[in-house]
Design a protein around this ligand. Structure first.
Ligand SMILES: Nc1ncnc2c1ncn2[C@@H]1O[C@H](COP(=O)(O)OP(=O)(O)OP(=O)(O)O)[C@@H](O)[C@H]1O
Length: 267
């Protein structure tokens, strides 16, 4: 099967002295659940941002769904972004608006500026929003303002908004970094379900090794802007963890064969 996303020799230089990504290459197949792990400052966020052009890579090629991302013009970029749903650590919701309105914002990329500004959505779009909110367990919160929700509920709204785009891929930048273990488990279970039952590709930045091990089809380990592991969670050894995390690794040492670690943490 051809790759949905192909990142080839991508580098990102900030200013003159920070090489955040150094010749990164990997690919992601349609429907795969791939986690990017690595220590703080390794380049995980930079990598995700280059993929949907929130920032521009300094060099290299990024092919998504057959198009070369770095060369897209504004209009083509808008089209690309409708196919990639973004999930953020801090949710990026409009807090004073309702859950429903925030989820409907997932359709904004498909509308003229005027229709978007007037909040004009079709019945089909509203119906789909209702269905997605039900899948995400938010039916009762539909008309609540987002500032009345818990962090975990807010992140589910973020996922709902991304799903309403009918995306091919979800790019998740530390989606559980601000959540407690229970809420984290709920979010990760939803993302897994989205990947396995909806066939949507998930590329996710994670801090927690044990969660990456539990949920991923494949793990990409990044250290100092380079890919130092790219393989199945089952094959990851403690030496691999040391290669990825360096001196931080000791605190992360776990029995990598024990995939229940994440469950225990989630209580
Ligand atoms: N806008 C920026 N300008 C300059 N340097 C930056 C910028 N953004 C990130 N960096 C630097 O690039 C490197 C990679 O940062 P990045 O945020 O991608 O890492 P990360 O792995 O996502 O880290 P964290 O887990 O802490 O979010 C770091 O050295 C960081 O200081």
């Amino acid at each position: 099967m051809t790759a949905l996303l192909e990142v080839k020799d991508v580098s990102k230089q900030y200013g003159s002295d920070t090489l955040a990504l150094a010749n990164i290459s990997f690919s992601v197949k349609e429907g795969e659940f791939v986690s990017v792990i690595g220590p703080s400052g390794a380049g995980k966020s930079t990598l995700l941002r280059c993929i949907n052009r929130m920032i521009d890579a300094s060099s290299g090629t990024i092919t998504f769904d057959g198009v070369n991302v770095p060369t897209l013009n504004k209009r083509e970029l808008r089209r690309l972004r409708t196919k990639i749903g973004m999930i953020f650590q801090h949710y990026n919701l409009v807090n004073r608006l309702s859950v429903m309105e925030n989820v409907l914002h997932g359709r904004l990329g498909f509308k003229s500026t005027v229709a978007g500004a007037l909040g004009i959505y079709t019945e089909a779009e509203k119906q789909q929003a209702v269905e997605i909110l039900s899948i995400l367990g938010l039916s009762e919160q539909m008309y609540k303002r987002c500032d009345q929700l818990s962090g975990g509920q807010k992140q589910r709204v973020g996922i709902g908004r991304a799903l309403l785009q009918n995306p091919k891929m979800l790019l998740c930048d530390e989606p559980i970094a601000s959540l407690d273990p229970n809420a984290s488990k709920i979010i990760m279970d939803h993302l897994q379900n989205i990947s396995s039952s909806m066939g949507i590709t998930v590329l996710i930045n994670l801090h927690q090794v044990e969660i990456a091990l539990k949920y991923s089809d494949r793990i990409i380990g990044v250290s100092r802007g380079e890919v130092v592991y790219n393989g199945s969670p089952d094959k990851m050894t403690n030496e691999d963890i040391v290669r990825i995390y360096g001196s931080e690794a000791e605190t992360l040492m776990i029995d990598v064969g024990d995939k229940d670690v994440g469950d225990k943490n989630a209580g």
